[in-house]
Design a protein around this ligand. Structure first.
Ligand code: ZN
Length: 234
């Protein structure tokens, strides 16, 4: 009886694993907010690096790699530092770019488009890169933003474990708030290494996601104007 129960439990666990694996492979996200624990930033960066280094060393050990080899010795620390200080630094609100807006003195009321912003992110299901271009547009309601700040907003949200849909929405929502306008559009066109280098191994397909708000959502002309400017060419 006991054995039967254990067998059933194992089967359930296997099924759950399969379901989660499928969820990851289909790149289904669960919310607009990055799922973070409340105590996410109680540890400081140095302690995080120290702990990740320890655990990454263990992963390499389990894979049978010889960590006394000069080439591998420094890898756990390098990976840990890269995670905390670079590729996942956008998890920490202290790294959020401070956005200064300026009064739109010259009364520019047309659409402003910044296209081909290169970004690098990582898929939260496989921890391998997502990279591509972001195209952003807004129509000022009286305030403008330094152009480099748009890049910084894109980079900040990209530097998290992500799903592309969420990244698109997070950039859109942030711009709406920073600029005090509803008229915001974001398009991301990206490659997922978890699709091209593993899984179905499709090296050519890219994924396009969009966020339209305000005029871009309701006014076809504004949306088409934006799309015409960016003409999804590579
Ligand atoms: Zn993935």
């Amino acid at each position: 009886m006991k054995q039967k129960e254990t067998l059933l439990n194992t089967m359930e666990i296997d099924l759950a694993k399969e379901r989660f694996e499928e969820l990851g492979d289909e790149h289904v996200g669960t919310s607009v907010e990055t799922p973070l624990r409340e105590d996410a930033f109680e540890m400081d960066d140095d302690l995080k690096i120290e702990l990740i280094e320890k655990h990454f060393r263990e992963i390499m050990n389990v894979m049978g790699l010889d960590l006394t080899d000069d080439s591998l010795k420094g890898t756990p620390y390098r990976v840990a530092k890269m995670y905390v200080k670079e590729i996942f630094s956008g998890l920490d609100p202290k790294n959020k770019p401070s956005i200064k807006v300026f009064e739109n003195k010259y009364k520019y009321k047309q659409m402003l488009v910044e296209k081909d912003i290169t970004f690098y992110s990582n898929c939260e299901h496989h921890f391998v890169p997502i990279f591509g271009k972001a195209h952003v547009a807004y129509i000022s309601q009286g305030e403008v933003i330094g152009l480099s700040k748009i890049n910084r907003i894109v980079q900040y949200f990209a530097k998290r474990p992500q799903v592309q849909e969420r990244l698109t929405m997070q950039i859109g929502n942030e711009l709406k708030e920073a600029l005090g306008t509803d008229d915001v559009a974001v398009i991301l066109d990206a490659y997922h290494l978890c699709v091209s280098s593993r899984g179905v191994e499709d090296t050519n397909s890219s994924t396009v996601t969009s966020y339209y708000s305000g005029k871009f959502e309701h006014d076809e002309q504004s949306r088409n104007e934006f799309l015409k400017y960016i003409e999804l060419k590579k």
